[in-house]
Design a protein around this ligand. Structure first.
Ligand SMILES: Nc1ncnc2c1ncn2[C@@H]1O[C@H](COP(=O)(O)OP(=O)(O)OP(=O)(O)O)[C@@H](O)[C@H]1O
Ligand SMILES: [Mg+2]
Length: 381
């Protein structure tokens, strides 16, 4: 199993740098010296008292006091030795053992079990840490399996979309062109109803061709034409505006922009992204002449772009639905289109490691879309 090992532990600061064992040693030595000094001073005072009193009864008492002090000192020594032994074997060693096991796990061996059997508190702590480790590892494994499964099924779906749309084109082209030929050659012999039916068939076949072409474009993102390099996003926007020049002129649209940065991406796809968003901004316009602004701001190691228009806007409840493939909010005869533009944009942005969303809280009256793209680092130059 392979998860990146954790970074090295943070170094403690100040007095906390000293290991516990050393604290005990220092305090023990100080206590010992104080005790010893106390006993020596007491013995000196008792011998001085013996010299001064010179009475046998006092002498006996002082000799007893001396013995008591020596016994007390010996008892203290035994007590300190016992304490040191207990601390060493009941606290420091198990803590060290647990730290060693935790270090092994942190270094990347996530299957290493953590177990210390004494003292009771550390045994409990180690068993809780170990069950936490076990749960995290199994959740991680399940997520990794799911991600792998998703990757596989996504790949299959893309392949399927590609094959289906690619292989459907040929028979469909036949249906469309032969129906058109029928209409042209035998149109005069048909009554109005038959002509209407013929018209519906041609229209249906053409629309299906459009859908299939869009589906093909969609399935191509990331599979073909996917190389990434440093791209001037301003140049991608210029190319998109060039492709849309006819529409922009017809609708007297104004497109303004911030100073646009360099990003890491695929130039063709970024052009497609700008083109679809600006095309929507112009298509879904209100009474006023369309005004579109492409803005940008830095967000960590990404750039956050925005495309704000003064059009009819999107109700917040449709904020997710509009990104689904072939989902539209308006009838085709009012606003033409197949409903793939935003799905394609989202796929392009996600392919670049970013996100695309409708800004529900934007102040402008139209619609504002936002998306993130990875900034080109200095070493990308
Ligand atoms: N700028 C916008 N203002 C208002 N509504 C929008 C805007 N952009 C998208 N929408 C809504 O989201 C729907 C989906 O957009 P999308 O670009 O995917 O499809 P489309 O423009 O209808 O068709 P296509 O892009 O395939 O020609 C649109 O039908 C429209 O209802
Ligand atoms: Mg569109």
């Amino acid at each position: 199993m392979n998860i990146t090992p954790l970074p090295p532990a943070k170094e403690p600061t100040g007095l906390g740098r000293l290991p516990v064992a050393r604290w005990f040693l220092v305090i023990g030595v100080i206590a010992g010296v104080v005790l010893l000094t106390g006993i020596v001073v007491a013995m000196m005072m008792s011998s001085r008292a013996r010299e001064l009193a010179k009475a046998p009864a006092v002498e006996v008492q002082l000799a007893r006091l001396n013995v008591a002090l020596i016994v007390l000192f010996a008892a203290m020594l035994v007590f300190v030795a016992a304490l040191a032994f207990i601390i060493r074997y009941a606290v420091l060693k198990p803590v060290d053992q647990l730290a060693q096991q935790v270090r092994t796990v942190a270094a990347g061996d996530f299957d290493h079990t953590l177990h210390v059997d004494r003292p009771a508190e550390l045994a409990e702590l180690s068993s809780h840490i170990d069950s936490m480790r076990g749960r995290i590892v199994s959740a991680w494994r399940a997520a990794a399996d799911q991600a792998e499964e998703l990757r596989r099924s996504n790949g299959e779906l893309e392949q399927f979309a590609y094959v289906a749309s690619h292989d459907l084109q040929e028979p469909l082209r036949k249906v469309a062109s032969f129906t058109q030929m029928l209409e042209q050659r035998y149109g005069s012999q048909l009554d109005d109803r038959a002509k209407q039916y013929m018209h519906y068939s041609v229209d249906g076949a053409k629309r299906m061709q459009l859908l299939i072409n869009d589906l093909l474009d969609f399935s191509r993102v990331g599979r073909i034409t996917g190389e990434k390099s440093v791209v001037e996003s301003g140049a991608a926007l210029d190319a998109a505006l060039e492709n849309l020049s006819g529409t922009i002129e017809d609708t007297e649209a104004t497109v303004t922009r911030d100073e646009l940065p360099k990003v890491r991406g695929n130039r063709l796809q970024l052009t497609q992204l700008f083109q679809n968003l600006i095309e929507n901004a112009v298509k879904f316009r209100s009474e006023a002449a369309p005004r579109v602004h492409i803005g940008v701001r830095r967000s960590g190691d990404m750039w956050e772009f925005s495309c704000a228009d003064n059009g009819i806007g999107v109700e917040p409840k449709y904020a997710d639905r509009i990104f689904l493939i072939f989902q539209r909010l308006h009838p085709r005869d009012v606003y033409p289109g197949t409903g793939i533009g935003l799905a394609l944009c989202r796929k392009i942005v996600e392919y670049h490691g970013g996100q695309l969303w409708l800004d529900g809280g934007a102040e402008s009256q139209g619609a504002t879309f936002r998306w993130t793209l990875p900034a080109a680092g200095d070493d990308d130059e």
